[in-house]
Design a protein. Structure first.
Length: 469
């Protein structure tokens, strides 16, 4: 057992990249360590639990310090004076904010806090401004937003927004006997000319492809395409999908994510029923969400679920604190109903196993958090002025979708796309020019002021110029 404030390190630290302190060795902290080490950053991890800390430092070439991340002396030991960024992701909002406040007082470093409490969420802009934080992250709120987008377009497996909501990447599975079966991708622009969509990634039998125009679509393929929301609905309508938002949903569990999701769905005109075990929490939710139906009961009780209409519900979202329970509830709902299901998974340890289960749409709050932070880290490390606006990992992080803001001339600007020598396994998916989404062809050029989204199987892109061979 290590003593309080004992430090240890495995191997030698990388001399490249940013110097980053992460406070909190939970699931989000470990996900961040994995991704940021992969991208070549120098990481120090602080946590009060030696076992949690040691399990991560045994896996990665990082320094670990046992101690309170809000302690001035612990931060000094971690090297806060010459740190570029402190990220506080413990289970306590208050501790995270205190860690960042101490770091801002001790050193001239940037700070990011994970803050999940609804009261703080409503004050996130105030907290960010007054405490001088570069980011306040709320994983449950972001996961709820992602779930709400999917329930707006329930035939989709995932819906992710880019260009401030002007464009979306939508993932769906090609069912049997669909009109897309046997079609090469180049034929879609001919057969659906008014839709203006671009197929940017395909998963088939566990393999992921950045497809060329000759790629032929088959039943069972999982396709991701880029479009505006209006054109996406039009395309899905024309290939035989139902694109109406759900009318009602049953949520299991009354935690923070359930509150955030219910709030958004009620605002969309969707009826909400929440089943929660804890009577006190039910009373709180009935005050916070007067237009929702709150049921005090065990959401894993199949008889109760039938009584509350699971067989006829249009959507079903288990948001308990246990991944196993969420998975079992989803599988049960799919067995006895036609509901659109969304499964929240807190830990991504068994992603390969989870991917083989029929869980509908899967939401990973920790992945949403890490993507937002990695986007910031890449933009900060970037030496040019083409900043990352949005970063999204697709297909278990095997594909990245990155939106760049183009602020100055570069070898990638002012030249027709057909004349650029692009890296393989990469697509320029859209150009956002003054709020207009352009699905590009070879004649289009990237201009200063555009935002440009690329989809690629490469990782670690920090600047638009990285797309060039």
């Amino acid at each position: 057992m290590l003593d309080f404030m004992t430090s240890f390190t495995v191997g030698s630290q990388s001399k490249h990249g940013l110097k980053i302190i992460i406070v909190g060795a939970g699931s989000v902290g470990s996900t961040l360590v994995e991704q940021l080490v992969k991208e070549g950053h120098n990481i120090t991890l602080i946590d009060q639990n030696p076992e949690s800390l040691h399990s991560i430092t045994n896996l990665y070439d990082i320094m670990g310090i046992v101690g309170n991340g809000a302690s001035y002396s612990v931060q000094l030991e971690a090297g806060i004076k010459d740190t570029d960024l402190l990220i506080a992701v413990t289970n306590s909002d208050e501790l995270n904010l205190l860690c960042c406040t101490v770091a801002k007082q001790v050193a001239n470093c940037n700070a990011i806090a994970r803050v999940r409490t609804p009261d703080y969420n409503e004050e996130s802009n105030y907290l960010r401004e007054k405490l001088g934080l570069v980011m306040v992250m709320n994983p449950e709120f972001e996961a709820a937003k992602e779930a709400a987008r999917v329930l707006y377009l329930p035939t989709a497996l995932e819906v992710n927004s880019f260009a401030h909501g002007q464009a979306e990447i939508i993932k769906f599975k090609v069912p049997e006997y669909n009109v897309l079966e046997g079609k090469p991708i180049y034929s879609l622009s001919r057969d659906y000319p008014q839709c203006k969509i671009l197929i940017c990634a395909v998963e088939r039998n566990g393999d992921v492809y950045i497809p060329s125009g000759d790629f032929v679509i088959h039943t069972g393929d999982v396709l991701s395409f880029v479009s505006t929301r209006q054109n996406a609905k039009l395309f899905l309508d024309q290939i035989g999908f139902n694109t109406k938002q759900v009318k009602n949903t049953i949520i299991i569990g009354g935690g923070k994510a359930a509150y955030y999701l219910a709030q958004q769905l009620l605002n969309m005109g969707i009826d909400v029923k929440i089943i929660e075990r804890n009577m006190k929490r039910c009373e709180e939710l009935s005050i916070l969400l007067p237009n929702a139906i709150i049921i005090n009961g065990d959401g894993s009780d199949t008889e109760l679920l039938k009584e509350e209409g699971i067989e006829f519900a249009e959507s079903f979202v288990p948001l308990t604190g246990t991944d196993t329970e969420n998975i079992m509830l989803t599988l049960y709902a799919k067995q006895i109903s036609n509901a659109k299901v969304i499964t929240k998974i807190n830990r991504s340890t068994f992603k390969n196993v989870i991917a083989k289960l029929d869980l509908g749409s899967v939401v990973y709050p920790e992945q949403i958090t890490s993507e937002a932070i990695i986007k910031y880290v890449r933009a900060k490390k970037n030496s040019y002025n083409s900043n990352i606006q949005t970063l999204y990992h697709m297909f278990d992080s095997r594909i990245e979708a990155i939106e760049f803001l183009v602020e100055k001339e570069s070898p990638a600007t002012g030249i027709p796309l057909m004349e650029l020598t692009l890296k393989k396994n990469l697509l320029i998916s859209f150009i956002n020019r003054n709020g207009k989404i352009i699905i590009p062809n070879g004649q289009d050029c990237i201009q200063i002021g555009d935002t440009v989204m690329i989809v690629t199987s490469h990782t670690g892109f920090k600047d638009l110029e990285d797309i060039l061979e």
